[in-house]
Ligand binder design. Structure first.
Ligand code: FES
Ligand SMILES: [Fe+2]
Length: 461
């Protein structure tokens, strides 16, 4: 614990107590463990902020729906037609019965309450109300019985909602990162797999585990690929944005092999190929999301290809990969776009790691009980598909058992979760203390908390 990072003596304003205030470069542990802080987040933040509710391909056709819960609020996302998605409070205007659970399809375009059978069309208008004359002296107005809409936007293939009366303008919030997200083709990506787990850690602890590569050297030794700690520290450039977003990028280094270009230049074609294959194999076997078996096979073939004089295997590989998939009608995005985004945090609760044509995305949020020591965590593997190739139907897996054991799901997230679970415990042990954040490599974490505080300092709606 760093004693320089004790809570400041600034008086509390807007409900943010002095012991919750961010110190000089460190974040108080109470922000992750205190029920009162979680309550402040619930009132001032989660019930206002734009948040990712689902992927568009969870509601693929007119009538499809999926339910998104945030704290004790339940929202049902409905595909009205090819271009329209609506979000409703998942509660009947009659006596509040939840209208839907899980995911599915409203038959014949009608949303039906299971209790007394009121019905609505997909646009939320009440179309059937048995004994209507009996209500409000026969003067029930249509708007009183319409479904309660909440703000919704579709962006980069994801559906976002806000429960605020007047949310922050969505486009302005996403503007700083829109171009970078477009570059990795997230909007074109479809379901590959989806995992959801309940995690014994605060939603911010879980999310922050994916906001820096500083931990890779210790946590994921199989991903080091011969890089020294000094080199590892210089592999990525970190950048923070307005509205709480952040990214790290490989820029001029080899985004695929994760080895500095200067080092790659000293290696033979075989050595470079081995380095590349080692990294891709670790990713493929360790999470089956950013890299797939076909990509590894193409990487292996680089050993036998005739390359232009002085060409780097990693850079030539992505050209071969692009041509291979282009012949099948599959777009995989550009290397230039990938070089700009190795890992991006979208405020407040999504982080994604793109690769060529594939992507791994994480989302975390508080539980319905708002217990600060628990969160709901989602992992999404997304990818582009070839022309005429359909993604499998959306299916969610729920791994059980110890999340820090790779046999229960994948090696790479199990390594992350080994630390995530211990970190939440340790924050209780050092109650009253603060983290000590690296100025550059952990800057995305600090930026996220600073933007969170802008909400926490505002009065609730
Ligand atoms: S509670 Fe829904 S129709 Fe009565
Ligand atoms: Fe990790």
């Amino acid at each position: 614990m760093n004693t320089m990072l004790q809570p400041q003596s600034t008086p509390a304003t807007g409900g943010l107590k002095p012991e919750w205030r961010i110190g000089a470069g460190g974040v108080p542990y109470a922000r992750y463990t205190s029920a009162a802080f979680a309550q402040l987040e619930a009132e001032r933040f989660w019930l206002k902020v734009w948040q990712m509710a689902c992927r568009l391909d969870q509601i693929p056709e007119a009538g499809s729906y999926t339910v998104y819960d945030i704290l004790d609020q339940s929202i049902v996302l409905v595909r009205v037609d090819a271009d329209t998605v609506k979000a409703y409070r998942n509660a009947c205007p009659h006596r509040a019965t939840a209208l839907a659970t899980g995911s599915g399809r409203f038959q014949l375009g009608a949303i039906t309450c299971p209790f007394h059978g009121w019905k609505w069309d997909l646009a939320g208008n009440c179309t059937h109300l048995p004994g209507r004359d009996e209500f409000a002296g026969g003067c029930l107005r249509d708007e009183e019985v319409a479904l309660r809409e909440v703000h919704v936007r579709v962006w980069a293939g994801s559906v976002y909602i806000s429960l605020a009366r007047e949310p922050e303008p969505f486009e302005a919030m996403m503007a700083p990162i829109a171009e970078l997200v477009d570059g990795v083709r997230m909007a074109d990506m479809r379901f590959y797999w989806h995992i959801q787990v309940r995690v014994n850690a605060n939603w911010k602890v879980t999310q922050e585990a994916f906001m820096e590569a500083y931990h890779v050297f210790q946590t994921h030794p199989q991903l080091i690929n011969g890089v020294s700690p000094e080199e590892a520290g210089k592999l990525y450039t970190y950048q923070t944005f307005e509205h709480g977003h952040g990214l790290f990028q490989s820029g001029g280094v080899n985004a695929i092999g994760r080895v500095p270009l200067e080092r790659m230049r000293t290696m033979t074609q075989d050595q470079q190929t081995d380095t590349l294959v080692r990294m891709l194999t670790s990713l493929e076997g360790g999470q089956d999301a950013q890299v797939h078996v076909d990509d590894v096979e193409i990487a292996r073939s680089m050993r036998h290809r005739t390359l232009p004089e002085g060409a780097l295997v990693g850079l030539e590989f992505q050209k071969v990969l692009r041509e291979h998939y282009a012949a099948k009608g599959r777009a995989i995005g550009s290397f230039e776009a990938l070089a700009k985004v190795t890992d991006m945090h979208i405020f407040p609760h999504v982080t994604f790691l793109p690769m060529l044509g594939n992507l791994l995305m994480y989302r975390s949020r508080p539980t319905p009980e708002n217990d600060p020591d628990w969160c709901i965590f989602d992992m999404y593997a997304l990818r582009t598909y070839a022309d005429g190739q359909a993604p499998p139907p959306w299916e969610t897996r729920y791994p059980e058992g110890d999340l820090s054991k790779g046999k229960n799901w994948y090696l790479i997230p199990s390594q992350d979760f080994g630390s995530i679970l211990r970190q939440q415990q340790g924050m209780h042990t050092l109650a009253g203390g603060s983290s000590v954040l690296a100025g550059h490599q952990e800057s995305i974490i600090l930026n996220m908390h600073q933007h969170l505080d802008r909400y926490l300092e505002e009065e609730p709606d």
